[in-house]
Write a protein that binds this ligand. Structure first.
Ligand SMILES: Nc1ncnc2c1ncn2[C@@H]1O[C@H](COP(=O)(O)OP(=O)(O)OP(=O)(O)O)[C@@H](O)[C@H]1O
Ligand SMILES: [Mg+2]
Length: 236
């Protein structure tokens, strides 16, 4: 387990109080290695986003633990968690959260700005390259609320990649995209994964896309029901 990057042990998440309390994750055990591209699949309501939010330290578990790179997330206070997220993780949410009053380029640069305090010309160049890769360099000066939903999603992909995080958590990153842009975004994620050994956990409803990862984990009703590692030697 030398490559172990993320260890999830007996992870449980309940929502609600008293009578309304429901167990959404019922004891998840999963390990993820450096550089692994994992697709997370499962029916609507099975707990995929909940799991991603716990791995991303956006929410706290009811029981069990998430250890990333040797750090038990439950040992960190809120400030430490925020720093950890910024340095280690890139997020692409199911409902992207761009800052509407900022431009497309500014949105891509925000994680770097938080990290470094100021934007360098080299970073701006990198942001432009990423925007180019998602087909949006011509939109750089548009406000984020003045572009389409699919375009916003692609900006969110570029934003998630700006700090070259070790882990990218993507919740249906291609959910609102047409075939061509799905292909663009998937290829970009795959490339980042290969180039920088970024570990990718991607929720998708698209089983065909899921098969193009290294590993497919399926969740049903808060439990892992299948975990298939693909044989990389059989790929072209
Ligand atoms: N904040 C919350 N409070 C109460 N229940 C919640 C909350 N968030 C999610 N749930 C419930 O937990 C269950 C799992 O939700 P989750 O969002 O993880 O599903 P999902 O697998 O991501 O589904 P989808 O594919 O539709 O995005 C659902 O039954 C959902 O209604
Ligand atoms: Mg979801």
């Amino acid at each position: 387990m030398d490559n172990g990057l993320i260890q999830i042990t007996d992870l449980v998440k309940d929502y609600g109080e008293g009578e309304a309390r429901t167990r959404v994750l019922k004891g998840i055990n999963l390990d993820f290695e450096c550089g692994e591209f994992t697709a997370l699949i499962g029916a609507s309501g099975s707990g995929k986003s909940t799991l991603l939010n716990l791995i991303g330290a956006l929410d706290r578990a009811t029981a069990g633990k998430v250890v990333i790179d040797g750090t038990d997330l439950s040992d960190l206070n809120d400030d430490e968690l925020a720093l950890f997220r910024n340095r280690t993780l890139g997020f692409i949410f199911q409902f992207h959260f761009l800052l509407p009053q900022f431009t497309v380029l500014e949105n891509v640069l925000i994680p770097y700005l938080i990290y470094a305090g100021q934007v360098t010309p080299a970073m701006e160049k990198r942001a432009m390259e990423l925007l180019d890769r998602v087909g949006l360099s011509h939109r750089r000066d548009n406000r984020a609320n003045a572009i389409s939903g699919g375009e916003q999603q692609r900006v969110a992909v570029a934003r998630a990649l700006i700090n070259q995080p070790r882990i990218i958590l993507a919740d249906e990153p291609t959910g609102n995209l047409d075939t061509a842009n799905t292909e663009n975004v998937f290829n970009l994620l795959r490339e980042m994964n290969g180039q920088y050994c970024t570990s990718m956990i991607m929720v998708t409803h698209d089983r065909e896309l899921a098969q193009r990862g290294d590993r497919v984990v399926e969740i049903s009703d808060g439990l892992v029901i299948s975990d298939v590692l693909k044989d990389s030697s059989s790929e072209g």
